[in-house]
Every structure is written in C-alpha cells, then in structure tokens.
Design a binder for this molecule. Structure first.
Ligand code: ADP
Ligand code: MG
Length: 242
C-alpha cells in the first residue's frame, strides 16, 4: 500500500528565513495524522506546501500520486483530490448554505444544478446540518458555519482532507460539534492531516502524531506518544500548551 502523502526532506524558506528544515513524514490511506507544535514551528507552512499553496525550495512531496515539487504539476487535478479547511470558514454571505456547497461541484466539476443540490444535501447530512440547506451563513453559529465549510470540501469528494486549526476561532462550547464531525470522517476512513491544539482529540483520534519544533519533525508516534514524550521539547510543549 502506498502512502497518500509523503514528504521527504522538505525545505522551505521565506526570504532568508528557513521555516521547514528537512521535514519528512508519511500518511497512509485512511490514516489520521495530527500535527502539533508551538506557534511558528512551521505546521501551517507544511500543510500549505502539501496542497501546493507554497513552493518548496528542495525535497519531495507526493500527494495522491501528484508530484507537488514537479513543474508540470496539474493543480486542477490536485485540487480535486485534496480538500483543505482553515480556521476562517470564508463562506459567501450572499449565498445560502446549499449554494455555497454547490459552487465548486458546478463550476469545477461541471455538475448540473440538480445533481449538485443532491450532493449538497448528502454532505450536509454528513455534518449534521441537513435542515440548514436554505439558511444563510449569518443565521448559523460559528460551529455550524465551520461544519458547512467542511461539507463544502467534502462535496468535491476528496481523497485527502487537510485541517488547519479549524476550531481555534470557535468558542469552547462550539468546538465539540466540529471535532465530532472530524471524528466521524476519520471513522469513515478518510485520510486526514490535522493541525490542532486539541491534544485530547489528537490522542483519541490520530493514528499518528507529528510534533514539529523549529521547522523540524521532532517526534513522531502513535497518539499514545503524548502520554510518554521522549524529548524535553515535547514534554515542555505538552505542559506549557502553546
Ligand atoms: P505555525 O502554523 O506552526 O504557527 P507557520 O507555518 O505559520 O507556523 O509559520 C512558521 C514561520 O514561518 C513563522 O516564523 C512565520 O512567521 C513564517 N511565515 C509563514 N508564512 C510566511 C510568509 N508568507 N512570509 C514570511 N514568513 C512566513
Ligand atoms: Mg499555523
């Protein structure tokens, strides 16, 4: 079985500052990988490189068979295989929930409206918001809007989902509903990489935890590694939080 994602010795600099200093890790099909680490350790940059939103300086990234570092990368094909959800949900306020979700399937995949509507209803049911299809984003809570953003990605039927601190902007009482949706996805066999500060969630749901420190993968292991940190850096991170 080949990896859905593999990073090999990835280096990425912004100007003179090297942000990723030889990052390597793999995600196997159906695997949930949690990336943790202090603010500024390079987690978001790593995710953005995986989705070809940033150009790497050296090394190799292969995602769902696409060679990200290759000049001939077909971005359009990559975008169909990989969904990404950020902290900010960026829904269009003038479109209903269903219309937000239908946008990419109709524009990018050329689905007919009726097909896209059926798809929207399906992914909304998946995130527990079937009854909100015709509401506008402002009528929803932050947690519900984030679930719509996840549904919007799922509507493209990706092979891999990337989540970058998707609960960080939410009030604590709203994070649970978003985490539950992600847990359901994981149970359903979706390959996922999530950058998160939710250590309890990482421990429970992740097959693999990648601890990044100063642009390097410092420790990798199963969720249980959080109970038994091997390096002083991970120990400090776990006890100090950010
Ligand atoms: P994390 O997600 O772990 O908080 P980031 O990947 O966002 O870390 O950032 C890692 C480092 O790279 C930080 O020092 C940040 O300031 C820097 N950085 C990120 N994006 C850019 C950019 N577009 N231009 C310059 N520096 C950047
Ligand atoms: Mg970040």
């Amino acid at each position: 079985m080949s990896a859905v994602v593999s990073l090999t010795n990835v280096h990425k600099s912004f100007g003179a500052i090297e942000v990723l200093k030889g990052v390597s890790f793999e995600v196997m099909p159906g695997e949930v990988t949690a990336v943790i680490g202090a603010s500024g350790s390079g987690k978001s940059t790593a995710l953005r490189c995986i989705n070809a939103l940033e150009k790497i300086n050296s090394g190799e990234i292969i995602v769902c068979g696409h060679k990200i570092h290759d000049e001939k990368l077909e971005r359009r094909m990559l975008r169909q295989d990989v969904g990404i959800v950020f902290q900010s949900y960026n829904l269009f306020p003038h479109l209903t929930v269903a219309q937000n979700i239908m946008l990419a399937p109709t524009c990018v995949k050329g689905l007919r409206k009726a097909q896209a509507r059926t798809l929207a209803e399906m992914v909304l049911a998946q995130v527990g918001l079937a009854e909100k299809a015709d509401d506008y984003p402002e009528q929803l809570s932050g947690g519900q809007q984030q679930r719509v953003a996840i549904a919007r990605s799922l509507a493209m039927q990706p092979k891999l989902m990337l989540f970058d601190e998707v609960t960080s902007a939410l009030d604590p009482h709203l994070t649970g509903e978003v985490l539950r949706v992600m847990e359901d996805l994981a149970r359903g066999g979706m390959s996922m990489i999530l950058v998160t500060h939710e250590m309890a969630f990482a421990r429970k749901v992740a097959n693999k935890v990648v601890f990044m420190h100063h642009g390097k993968v410092w420790e990798v292991g199963p969720g249980a590694m959080l109970d038994d940190p091997q390096t002083p850096e991970l120990k400090a991170f776990l006890s100090n939080g950010l």
